[in-house]
Design a protein around this ligand. Structure first.
Ligand SMILES: [Zn+2]
Length: 356
């Protein structure tokens, strides 16, 4: 019987899965990388041949170019294209290569997708270089008023002031803008189901036997074949706990609430227990007749619980401001973001050598 669904297992550990990678999504991630290579190596013979044969304007104008006969290589590249398009963003240099409407260069996707209605002929070919003048934007080139949120996004788009000045293709799901297959895989593996935050990430940090980690992972997914779970899955069985015969057998009941479990925990008294679930413990002496292996296993559990606390403890390191040389000013900056992409903030403080 499959207790945990395959779609759950192939999720990342942050999303509650086991981090196994599904072959189909992995393949699409690698094919999206092929699209990136084709862009970066567009002067190479292989890219020239493919683009000349399958990407001429005459072909693109046809009603459904994807249905025309093509080589397996082109089909593979087309398969990776949607993920490639979702993952890339243009870093603006001189803005000569970036179309204002169709290219993904502001946060949130292409501007064409954010607005409705037709565009004028001369507006359609507008490049970012045309729209920008020094540090200002020439809004008058657009025949209508941009909504405020679009203007804000454009103003918030970073422009390279140094470097070779060329526009760069970047991967928005990595911190350094470089393509990573793992992030492309996550993108390709995102299903329709909303991503729920998994609260059991701590179990992977425990220094314990893998089978105990596995057991905790199953518990957190409610996937131990308890009687209430089996009955919910349509198996005809008696749901009542066979030990106390008073309540249904569920994970919480069996491990915590059942009178037999409570009695076991009470007899298993161990020192230094502080987690709230263990209010059932009393200051009693362990039953000397209790099986030693059982106590040992429980010790492993408490060892790992206390280990988590040690892992999450943070050490504060005090830092202090130091004065710049006389006649100099110092600018200190800092910023933080809540996720990537996500809400972000930043700030700075300029002080002279007197600290004012
Ligand atoms: Zn019971």
């Amino acid at each position: 019987m499959h207790i945990v669904g395959w779609s759950k297992i192939v999720k990342s550990k942050e999303e509650g899965g086991l981090g196994l990678q599904e072959a189909r999504a992995k393949n699409i991630a690698l094919l999206s990388k092929l699209n990136l290579r084709m862009y970066q190596e567009q002067d190479a013979l292989w890219a020239k041949v493919i683009l000349k044969k399958y990407f001429p304007t005459s072909r693109a104008r046809l009603r459904d170019p994807e249905k025309l006969p093509s080589s397996p290589n082109w089909k593979a590249i087309s398969l990776g294209l949607p993920i490639f398009k979702r993952g890339i963003v243009w870093g603006i240099g001189n803005g000569l290569d970036v179309n204002v409407w169709m290219t993904n260069w502001v946060n949130g996707g292409s501007l064409r997708a954010m607005i409705e209605g037709p565009l004028r002929q001369e507006e359609q070919n507008l490049r970012v270089a045309d729209l920008r003048c020094g540090h200002e934007w020439k809004w008058e080139l657009i025949s209508f008023d941009f909504p405020k949120f679009i203007k804000d996004r454009i103003k918030a788009t970073p422009i390279q002031l140094y470097g070779n000045g060329r526009d760069n293709l970047m991967w928005k799901y990595s911190k350094d803008g470089e393509f990573t297959t793992n992030s492309a895989y996550r993108l390709a593996n995102q299903g329709e189901d909303p991503v729920n935050q998994f609260h059991g990430l701590w179990i992977w940090k425990l220094d314990i036997l893998p089978r105990i980690t596995n057991f905790l992972w199953l518990c957190l997914h409610g996937s131990i074949p308890m009687k209430d779970e089996l009955a919910a899955r349509g198996i005809n069985c008696d749901k009542v706990c066979p030990m106390c015969k008073s309540q249904d057998e569920s994970i919480v009941h069996l491990l915590q609430d059942c009178v037999v479990a409570r009695e076991l925990w009470r007899k298993l008294f161990l020192p230094h227990m502080s987690i709230p679930m263990l209010v059932v413990f009393e200051n009693s002496i362990p039953n000397p007749t209790l099986d030693k292996i059982c106590i040992g296993q429980a010790k492993v559990y408490y060892y790992c619980v206390s280990k988590v606390k040690r892992l999450t403890s943070k050490i504060a390191i005090p830092i202090r401001w130091s004065k710049p040389f006389p006649g100099w000013h110092k600018l200190n900056t800092d910023g933080a973001s809540f996720g990537n992409p996500g809400k972000a903030g930043g700030g700075g403080l300029i002080k002279n050598s007197e600290g004012s």
